[in-house]
Design a protein around this ligand. Structure first.
Ligand SMILES: N[C@@H](CC(=O)c1ccccc1NC=O)C(=O)O
Length: 287
């Protein structure tokens, strides 16, 4: 049953599993080709010494001193996908004056989950150091990438010599309690022990975190056609986020079930400026 719950392609309603995966890849590749042809960009910029430690940065046309920066961590269960096919939201965000950073990290089996979390942390620190006059850093992740983004709520920035100007989180169809993954076939490549899974589960840790900026919005979103386990993951994470109920500190947490989309369509739609999720993102950045 866990195997089934954690295979998002099986829950696609409009397309068969294979076709849903193919469409997702195709839309990501096309959006990336379009983004690279349209916007001024810096591609394959290293944020560390490792080969996989690179980001693509896409800039809006108007060169401003302080731009908002939107960082995206792609999904693929920490073992598939790359920055080179994940520039979904570049067009609609750059058109509104947002710099978009698509983050690469070493997927399994090359990278372990601990390494990926460390890499993503360093990519955020890198953007803050390179663009210290940014007007806010917004983190967004899809699926496994939403897990990596959520781990940034727990990051200890003192080790990185910089406090990033974090202004918002968009956690799209994420996995926040990693224990179930240990019992699925995804763990063949990941090789997570129960201890690894728990250490890297924001679900178990986030309640103890003191948020730096209580005004920082954390949006947890899940697709209507995501599996019940994915709905549980998002809802339960939202429930333990500090600030969800109390007024004393915490983040500005919110939960949204996006109508009419599956696990892949939920991120495919941010290629379009009018989609609900694109509008939520833009409203959060420019409120
Ligand atoms: N093998 C999985 C693929 C998958 O989970 C996935 C694919 C693309 C983007 C995100 C995914 N899931 C979590 O990161 C499936 O068949 O659903």
């Amino acid at each position: 049953e866990l195997e089934h719950q954690y295979l998002p392609s099986r829950w696609a309603v409009r397309l068969g599993a294979e076709e849903a995966l193919r469409t997702y890849s195709q839309i990501g590749i096309e959006a990336t080709v379009r983004a690279r042809a349209t916007w001024k960009s810096l591609l394959h910029v290293p944020y560390g010494d490792g080969d996989g430690e690179r980001v693509d940065i896409y800039f809006p046309n108007k060169a401003a001193e302080g731009l908002p920066f939107f960082l995206f961590f792609h999904g693929g269960y920490w073992q598939n996908g790359s920055k080179d096919q994940s520039a979904f939201m570049v067009d609609p965000l750059a058109a509104q004056g947002v710099a978009v950073v698509i983050v690469g990290y070493d997927i399994a089996p090359k990278g372990t989950l601990d390494q990926m979390v460390d890499q993503v942390t360093r990519s955020v620190a890198f953007v803050q150091k390179r663009y210290p006059s940014n007007e806010g850093i917004y983190l967004c992740g899809h699926s496994a990438g939403a897990h990596l983004a959520a781990m940034m709520l727990l990051a200890d920035w003192t080790k990185h010599g910089v406090t990033p100007n974090l202004k918002g989180f968009f956690l799209v169809s994420g996995v926040f309690d990693l224990e179930p993954m240990v019992y699925t076939s995804q763990n063949v490549a990941l090789q997570l022990t129960l201890e690894d899974a728990r250490r890297n589960s924001p679900q178990l840790k986030v309640a103890q975190v003191q948020p730096a900026d209580p005004a920082c919005p954390v949006l947890v979103v899940v697709g209507q056609f995501d599996s019940p386990e994915f709905h549980r993951q998002s809802w339960e994470f939202y429930q333990v986020l500090p600030g969800q109920t109390l007024c004393q500190g915490g983040w500005k947490a919110s939960f949204e079930k996006l109508r009419d989309v599956d696990h892949f369509e939920i991120i495919e739609i941010v290629t379009q400026k009018d989609s609900t999720l694109t509008q939520i993102i833009l409203k959060t950045i420019f409120q």
